[in-house]
Ligand binder design. Sequence first.
Ligand SMILES: Cc1ncc(COP(=O)(O)O)c(C=O)c1O
Length: 397
Amino acid sequence: MSRRRDKPASSTSAVHSGEREGRPRVSDSITTPIVQTSTYWFRDTQEVIDYREGRHASFEYGRYGNPTTRSAEEKLRELEGGEACLLSASGMNAVTTLLLALVPAGGRIVTTRDCYLRTRQFIATILPKMGVETTIIEPSDVAALERALEQPVSLFFSESPTNPYLCLIDSPTVAELCHARGTIVVIDTTFATPINQQALALGADLVLHSGTKYLAGHNDVMAGALVGSEELMARVRELHGILGGVLDPHAAYLLLRGMKTLALRVERSNQNAMAIARFLEAHPAVERVRYPGLESHPDHAIARSQMSGYGGVVSFELRGGLEGASKFIDALRIPYIAPSLGGVESLVEQPTVMSYWDQTPERRAEIGIRDSLVRYACGIEDSADLIADIEQALERI
Ligand SMILES: Cc1ncc(COP(=O)(O)O)c(C=O)c1O
């Protein structure tokens, strides 16, 4: 039997891509050096001209590129299977730069209801300053998308899975409908990672990550990422060079190192989340569990067809309202009470208290954030330990 393989598996790419081939070889170190510089020098004017005309491979100024960052971009580009990748200072920087670059003044976008708060705020408060209108639909409501596309739409933007209810969009259907109308499809795939979901292969034109989460994976660095076609990424890169939200070279190194273990970490947090979701679903103190890997999740069939793992986050509602959920969280001993997800340490939060405290109860109800909701982001600890901890905390409600 032939063992030749056309393309390495994601776990192999996660370790090697972007670092062995193509990187400038300043030493024989296995690790990619941190090129801590803000600018690059040229030997003479001819070298500047050669650089400008593509005969001399180098960099010019830190806002337009860095060798360490380039290696990290190359690794993620390969993992997502895209033509080009751009890293930036945070996930929000990727969101804002992308929308400003690709949505024209007076344009229209379609987005989905369950969404990271800051992205929602940017769309609701900043885009209207450019005359951009937004239609918000339920993530799985294909009929609503078809209605929205009756008018010209510049861009469709959704998380998948969404934050915090872990809804899925039917990506191939969304992409087919949008592409028939010339609408760009962008999927924030932060919660899935390229290990669990290949969003470009499912039809997205661009994928977005808060690299702060699983890609970096150690709760120690902020980063954002976009991967897509050369053509779209050139437009985003141009504005990125103007807005200036570049990733620091040291942060790029941490991201590069984090990505080497991405496949292992994601696999473990998938397993932890599945075990916790099943445990919670059978517990009388739990009213509802939202995890795409459970048959009870409304988008389970879509998740099964699009994802190879269901992610490390479990959202659930407890009996006992706001106070019950707070008591549960306070009784947990392993996860930190903290926003974010995707690191080796498990984190837990009550969205009403952590992110939505300054929203009115009416506004929270409108966007569907329930007081008893808990978001548990699994790290890579042992699942039996996490479950034993959850069990004792549930007894304290
Ligand atoms: C789905 C999603 N997208 C984007 C962001 C923003 O990323 P960052 O915090 O890296 O700016 C977050 C942050 O929590 C998120 O959950």
